[in-house]
Design a protein around this ligand. Structure first.
Ligand SMILES: [Zn+2]
Ligand SMILES: [Zn+2]
Length: 480
């Protein structure tokens, strides 16, 4: 089994050694959220997978620069804000709406144990970089300006389709025919849209408008790599085409070749065997999920399936993951006064050797395209070895504890807290949506001058570590 990290590369469809441009350093970019609504469990699967990848890279000694953008300007955000405005609901301005859901999703990610990215750029704060990237693409003959916007000319880029394994002819044949006389090819996509939208319109050499979705990721990734290729670009697999294909065309069209040395994509998530969608009524937000399961159980659930495989979210599977974690914790929790008074040295050596063997296999499986299900099976087996040794009562408490500690540390590399009897952090007691619901109940109570009820809710929140701040635009909250 491999001793260095091997990862599947979507570009070559092979598992290959991960070899960053500069040895010891990894520039990783993962497409972030378009915050127009609450984060759901499909997002959670993607971001937990890349968090495990990042943590494992760091564990193997790489210095990881992890960039995850926030698409805070987007058609979906504009549409939702417009609906809110028409219905006189709050969050009626695009950037206000995206800031709101961005803040909530950051909290959800934290509750999932996802490390904060090294950089988390918002496109609204990187407009000048985006404009100069578009200018470079135009100067290189890969894009053109029209009355409706600037478009990438895909016929100028022969490698278009390489990532998704399609040739240009096939893409052209499959393209929806759009009536847009401005475009040279129907498949050409917008780099800059000449549309004026209240609250997110910017000056550009081509007129007032906003960037297209695809250019945002090229612009922000190249900004943080200082114009160098990425070592790894990741995202959910539904982004391969057209989003990632377009990112490659734009970035390489601007002269950064290859745009990324390695491409990693995570598999789909279904709910009880069906695609998750609002219309099917099986849409599960993180706030919903946190009502039933904590962050470590959810991480374990995701990691028990390989990141490239489809995963099915069900109560039974989540409960099973939670039970597994409970059992591991029980196995690794030593009681007061436990351990042999006259330990058997051979038994102790045997325990150490067998636990170390499992941990070595754990490492090999992780290096083999992040085979977390097999790697976790080794850790779970190792915890059973400790439980058995405890039952046999031939090892000293010290030897048992040493074994348990190594296993807990290995779980911790994956961001899974297997430490015994760990109280949930205050931040995970209440989800963001529960907190918001309590805040609005408190507002109602105050309006009715029921200050006793309002104070009780404030106390409930402060007991959960939530600090309220009354401001002129309503109540703000944060974890203290
Ligand atoms: Zn992207
Ligand atoms: Zn910047």
């Amino acid at each position: 089994m491999p001793s260095v990290l091997q990862l599947h590369n979507t570009l070559t469809e092979r598992v290959e050694p991960f070899s960053p441009r500069v040895a010891g350093q990894a520039y990783v970019y993962v497409c972030g959220l378009t915050p127009y609504d609450s984060m759901h469990i499909g997002h959670a699967r993607t971001f937990v997978s890349f968090d495990i990848l990042r943590r494992w890279m760091a564990h193997t000694g790489l210095e990881v620069v992890f960039i995850q953008n926030v698409t805070d300007i987007d058609d979906k955000i504009i549409k939702r804000a417009k609906e809110n405005k028409e219905k006189k609901r709050p969050l009626a301005a695009p950037l206000e709406l995206s800031a709101h859901f961005d803040a909530l999703s950051r909290q959800d990610m934290k509750s999932l144990g996802i490390l904060a990215p090294t950089h988390m750029p918002k496109i609204s704060e990187h407009i000048p970089q985006t404009i100069s990237l578009i200018q470079k693409i135009i100067a290189n003959g890969h894009a053109y300006a029209t009355q409706s916007g600037v478009y990438f000319d895909i016929s100028s880029f022969p490698n278009y389709g390489l990532l998704s394994g399609q040739n240009l002819e096939k893409i052209k044949a499959g393209a929806r025919v759009e009536i847009n006389e401005d475009k040279r090819n129907p498949e050409d996509f917008a780099l800059w849209k000449l549309e004026e939208t209240e609250g997110c319109t910017y000056d550009s050499p081509w007129g007032q408008g906003r960037p297209g979705w695809h250019i945002e990721c090229s612009s922000m990734s190249l900004h943080y790599t200082h114009g160098h290729p990425l070592d790894l670009h990741g995202g959910a697999r539904d982004l391969i085409f057209p989003h990632h294909e377009n990112e490659i065309a734009q970035s390489e069209g601007a002269g950064v070749v290859p745009f990324s040395r390695h491409w990693v994509h995570t598999g789909f998530l279904t709910v009880n065997g069906e695609k998750m969608s609002k219309s099917l009524g099986n849409f599960i937000t993180l706030a919903d999920a946190f009502q039933k399961w904590d962050g470590p159980s959810m991480r374990l659930f995701f990691a028990l399936t390989h990141y490239r495989s489809p995963i099915d979210f069900s109560e039974a599977a989540l409960n099973a993951a939670k039970n597994t974690l409970d059992n591991v914790r029980r196995s690794l929790t030593l009681m007061e006064g436990e351990g042999a008074k006259q330990p058997d040295e051979a038994a102790e050596r045997g325990l150490t050797a067998s636990v170390d063997g499992k941990l070595a296999s754990f490492t090999s499986f992780m290096n083999n395209d992040l085979d977390t299900p097999q790697a976790l099976a080794e850790l779970i087996e190792a915890s059973k070895l400790v439980a058995r040794a405890r039952a046999e009562n031939q090892c000293s408490k010290h030897a048992l504890q040493a074994g348990a500690k190594k296993i807990i540390q290995s779980f911790a590399i994956l961001g899974i807290d297997a430490a015994p009897a760990s109280a949930p952090a205050s931040s995970s007691k209440l989800s963001a949506s529960e907190i918001e619901a309590l805040i609005s109940q408190r507002e109602d109570a105050r309006k009715k001058k029921d200050f006793k009820a309002a104070d009780a809710i404030r106390k409930q929140l402060s007991d959960a570590g939530v600090i309220l701040e009354d401001s002129k635009d309503g109540v703000k909250w944060r974890f203290g």
